[in-house]
Design a protein around this ligand. Sequence first.
Ligand SMILES: Nc1ncnc2c1ncn2[C@@H]1O[C@H](COP(=O)(O)OP(=O)(O)OP(=O)(O)O)[C@@H](O)[C@H]1O
Length: 379
Amino acid sequence: MSLRVEQLTFRNFRNYDQLHLSNLGDITVFVGENGIGKTNIVEGVQLLTALTSFRHSTAEHLIRHSCDSARLEARVSDGNRDLTVELLLDEKARKYRLNGKAKRSADLKGLVPSVIFTPDDLELVKGPMTARRTAVDTLGSQVNKNFHTVRRDYEKVVRHKNRLLKDDADSALVAAIDEMLVTVGAQLTCYRAALFARLQGPMSEKYRQISGGRELLETVYAPSWASADIDSLCDGVRARTFTRDEARASLSAALEARAAEERRRARALVGPHADGITFLLDGKNASLYASQGQQRSIVLAYKLAEAAVIEEILDQKPVLLLDDVMSELDGRRREALVEAMERGSQTFITTANLDYFDENMLSRANVVELPYKPQAVEI
Ligand SMILES: Nc1ncnc2c1ncn2[C@@H]1O[C@H](COP(=O)(O)OP(=O)(O)OP(=O)(O)O)[C@@H](O)[C@H]1O
């Protein structure tokens, strides 16, 4: 059985002086006026489950104004195990503890996975490539600790390389960092490609359900050494996977071919930070051609596929965090979400208006009305 969040306690987190929520059931709906602190709760749960914040918040943002530190705690249980996950924040550090023992965040990844869905997620389709890479990497980090470590190491290598190129450093130094880039970059590319291969099927299938089978959704993962020109990507490339040695060889060749250009532009152009991820609707780039409604459906299909992949890899249903998204979905898309909840994922939902929820769902939910001044909330 999957671990579920049973209790939440926040101290000096965002606008909460104290927040204590107990007896959390399958579905909890937080309802309240704009600016009351609904999203803050979802962010807190994400920090205690996915161990990251979709707002990419710093300690300064997370700690309640004029306080020095914050503490967040989740009691989780699967009926056999009772665990306490804590996050302690101050200006200098972000420390996690499990049952009182200090843990690196990498060690807790995947313990209580979550999938978050917010209105800003439209960026996943219409935003820059980096939004799609980040989404895939965040998922990868939850399902595979090594993915998390390799991605962090890779980011350090690229930062270092960019510094060298900016300083017009000696070519021996650039060659040395390129060697590291090939080793770490090939690993990251292989992890991404493998994860993508798992996501593709469920994503297309969820989209088919949501759209009533009217359009075909495909996803293309193009490593930085391949052409980013969608029109030139044949079916073979769409489905491509490769071994680590093949990735190393392709990365090395691309680095060599573009070395002069990297020197001229004084930045790293080859490597997983330049990989392309594209959604295609009936063969056309969805970022450019899909309507707003189609883009929303792609995001929803992606999120539902994420939940399916997490469950498949970790054998654990992820917690669903739905921040103010019900109002944006039409009946068919809402049904797809409700169906995912009914498959047993614990769900936290925020809304300013309960009218978007059907009676049947509300009757099964724990509805928490946040008070006007929610500094101290005890439920
Ligand atoms: N570090 C902080 N210290 C104190 N208050 C904060 C801090 N960070 C954010 N807030 C407050 O939290 C509130 C916003 O909370 P949140 O984003 O959760 O609102 P919401 O209920 O989701 O609103 P909406 O329905 O408009 O999306 C704002 O009033 C903001 O001033």
